[in-house]
Design a protein around this ligand. Structure first.
Ligand code: SAM
Ligand code: DTB
Ligand code: SF4
Length: 331
């Protein structure tokens, strides 16, 4: 039932199918594997901001671009735990800590991150990190500290990757995902649209994700947030239909994954977001800030959830159990 042997042509056929057919098929697959009324609510916190040595063309935190982002050293553990408690109190069940690092280094900052992971895990939240590249040993240390998930995006296709980032390779990215997987950490990996890539690049990225030895448990689909000072500052906004095609193709090719409607929601209407949920998105970032850019306010999202009869998903929900339940529903 879960396929990891998709051909590129099959993914392309799904992606290019008439959009209403595509949505219908994705909505159907979604209902076979998930409760469509349930959306996972995650909160992001930038625990180390800016000053990053990498050259990711979309990123306001790269030291080499002149953006408004202020460099901030690693936060204190207590401050992070206070933010995590706040996120929990406002309904988030997953807390994701981001650091503007190229890679994790075995130093005191990493030890501090391990303490953060332990503290957030003890609060009963699914704890996630996005810290750049990881070795197998570092992944194991994070796992031992209680890390639930690791986010590391492929961002785009292998072919287009070099146009966006020159300071590391696609294979580096895939290796890190392998290290997280090997340590038994849940994998979160997706990408960004609206960077000037072609449909073929989008298909290529989804194909790579859907043919990993095991699908990522979570697939974020970000719409580029163009930030002044970055090379992509003037990129035009992507249309909702492009988001829908990405989300629906991810849903159909990786049925059990949580597909996250990630960056870009501030510029989407309620109706546009509703179409994305219909197309199979079942996770969002909540709170008025992503890492450094704005996100809809809690009030706006509370209204969205009420309007669409959506409820937040519980933490550590047993995906296997959910599947048994929803597999019973006849098509
Ligand atoms: N430094 C680590 C790394 O690159 O893996 C972790 C943090 S990094 C900011 C996490 C992800 O945020 C990137 O992989 C990218 O997909 C996303 N991102 C960064 N800037 C973005 C932007 N302007 N618009 C949309 N997504 C963005
Ligand atoms: C992901 O795919 N999107 C989030 C999270 N993973 C780390 C980050 C979005 C960042 C948007 C730009 C910013 O706020 O700095
Ligand atoms: Fe650094 Fe991550 Fe931004 Fe790239 S995406 S510049 S690695 S913080």
């Amino acid at each position: 039932m879960l396929r990891t042997d998709w051909t590129r042509a099959e993914i392309a056929d799904i992606y290019n199918s008439p959009v209403l057919d595509l949505m219908y098929r994705a909505a159907t697959v979604h209902r076979q594997h998930h409760d469509p009324q349930e959306v996972q609510v995650c909160t992001l916190l930038s625990v180390k901001t800016g000053g990053c040595p990498e050259d990711c063309a979309y990123c306001p935190q790269a030291a080499r671009y002149h953006t408004d982002v202020k460099v901030q050293k690693l936060m204190e553990v207590d401050d992070v735990l206070t933010a995590a408690q706040r996120a929990k109190d406002t309904g988030s069940t997953r807390f994701c800590m981001g650091a503007a690092w190229r890679e994790v280094r075995d130093n005191r900052d990493f030890d501090k991150v391990l303490d953060m992971v332990q503290g957030v895990n003890e609060m009963g939240l699914e704890v996630c990190c996005t810290l750049g590249m990881l070795t197998e040993q570092q992944a194991q240390k994070l796992k031992d500290a209680g890390l639930y998930a690791y986010n590391h995006n492929l961002d785009t296709s292998e072919e287009f990757y070099g146009d966006i980032i020159s300071t590391r390779t696609y294979d580096d990215r895939l290796d890190t995902l392998g290290h997280a997987r090997k340590a038994g950490i849940s994998v979160c990996s997706g990408g960004i649209i609206g960077m000037g890539e072609s449909d073929t690049d989008r298909i290529g990225m989804l194909h790579t994700l859907a043919t990993l030895p095991q699908h990522p448990e979570s697939v974020p689909v970000n719409a580029l947030v163009p930030v002044e000072g970055t090379p992509l500052e003037d990129q035009p906004r992507v249309s909702v239909w492009e988001m829908i095609r990405m989300i629906a193709t991810a849903r159909i090719s990786m049925p059990k994954a949580m597909v996250r409607l990630s960056a870009g929601r501030v510029r989407m209407t309620t109706e546009e977001q509703a179409l994305c949920f219909l197309a199979g998105a079942n996770s969002i970032f909540a709170g008025d800030k992503l890492l450094t850019t704005p996100n809809p306010s809690e009030d706006t999202d509370a209204q969205l959830f009420q309007m669409l009869n959506i409820r937040p998903r519980k933490a550590f929900k047993d995906a296997a159990q959910a599947t048994v339940m929803f597999d019973q529903i006849p098509l």
